[in-house]
Ligand binder design. Structure first.
Ligand code: SAH
Length: 343
């Protein structure tokens, strides 16, 4: 049996017609699925019992569930979510200054093997279907209202996985999250973060992507970046820079650069100079991220003096720099940590 959320609107209309239902019912069902975030046919209370029965006789309705919730002292909460095939991903809710930001996953595992990342050690398991990305949002949005008394205001795709290697599902999920007839979130409040998939960045530019784009750069030195982020082998810094120039030309948007400071690896003043040179051709905002050490980690976070010197170089070059306070450290909230502890 096909899942109700794998069919498109026209297929839904034909199914209803064939079953003697009025076509406007399609809009109602669609609203339940993609606007109200229903997780069962029983919830669709404005449909007749017989229509709900017809739907459940012909379609499955798979949905994810929360299997674990961990709260941090700083009010960050982290979730372990399970999909219908038993696979697990993580999501995080981060409340701050009147906002609640949801950090969502895009794949189960990740194929990129970044040396500092817990998810990378799991390898790639599978892509998330767009309906599963929406499930993450709906489940966390419900919890956000229960815990913080507020809906999710911002979304960052910085959980497990590489969104640009799950391109079509991500674009559909974002269309559903932002569509006026759907969840209606502003694209300005959604950020997609990538390790730097050149082809994907160009494809975003060509479809005039309206959400924020963040690049996990972490080094502007070709040798160092290759060592800590093997994705650099097929997506060279040179090609990445060219793709970002293209992206900026097409969209006019400023690009967020994420830079994780790893002690004695990428935190020298020379590394800061390389970073400013990389960013010169387009407007950027640089987020300096503190390393969240993982259980078997090979790295250490930079000490405050090295960090200050690094940031001073960037500021001297008039770069916009943000130092990100690490959240949820007591609950292992860095990418992939919770799933790994559970497995
Ligand atoms: N694949 C995408 C999105 C997922 S990773 C990307 O690379 O951007 C989200 C962010 O978490 C990335 O910037 C990643 O480099 C960072 N990250 C991974 N492990 C981390 C750790 N142990 N401490 C801090 N940040 C980490």
């Amino acid at each position: 049996m096909n899942d109700i959320r794998n069919i498109n609107f026209d297929q839904l209309v034909s199914f209803l017609k064939e079953n003697g239902e009025k076509p406007f019912r399609a809009k109602q069902v669609w609203t339940w699925l993609w606007k109200r975030g229903a997780s069962s046919f029983e919830e669709m209370t404005d449909l007749s019992v017989s229509l709900r029965q017809k739907l459940s006789d012909n379609y499955t309705f798979q949905h994810a569930e929360i299997v674990e919730e961990v709260s941090s002292r700083d009010k960050t909460t982290k979730y372990l979510l399970r999909f219908s095939d038993g696979k697990l991903v993580e999501g995080v809710l981060i409340p701050s200054k009147g906002r609640v930001t949801a950090c969502l996953s895009t794949q189960v595992g990740c194929p990129l093997h970044c040396a500092f990342c817990a998810t990378g050690t799991m390898g790639f398991i599978r892509n998330l279907h767009y309906s599963e990305v929406i499930d993450e949002f709906v489940l966390l949005n419900n919890r956000s209202q229960e815990i913080y008394n507020q809906r999710i205001t911002n979304i960052v795709f910085m959980g497990m996985g590489e969104p640009l290697l799950n391109f079509d599902n991500m674009m559909t999920a974002i269309d559903i999250l932002t569509g006026q007839d759907y969840f209606g979130l502003s694209p300005a409040r959604i950020t997609l973060s990538t390790a730097g998939i050149v082809k994907g960045i160009k494809a975003l530019a060509d479809r005039n992507f309206r959400c924020g784009l963040a690049i996990s750069l972490h080094s502007a030195d070709p040798m160092v970046r290759r060592a800590i982020m093997p994705v650099t082998e097929r997506n060279s810094l040179h090609d990445l820079q060219a793709a970002l120039v293209y992206y900026h030309e097409k969209t006019g948007e400023r690009i967020t650069i994420e830079y994780l400071l790893l002690s004695k690896v990428n935190d020298s003043e020379k590394a800061a100079e390389q970073l400013t040179r990389f960013c010169r051709p387009f407007p950027v905002k640089i987020n300096i991220i503190e390393y969240n050490s993982t259980s078997d980690s090979l790295f250490y976070k930079s000490d405050p003096t090295r960090r200050q010197n690094f940031v001073a170089v960037l500021e001297r070059c008039n770069m916009v720099v943000n130092i990100r306070q690490s959240k949820g450290q007591d609950i292992a909230a860095a990418c992939g940590q919770l799933v790994r502890q559970t497995n």
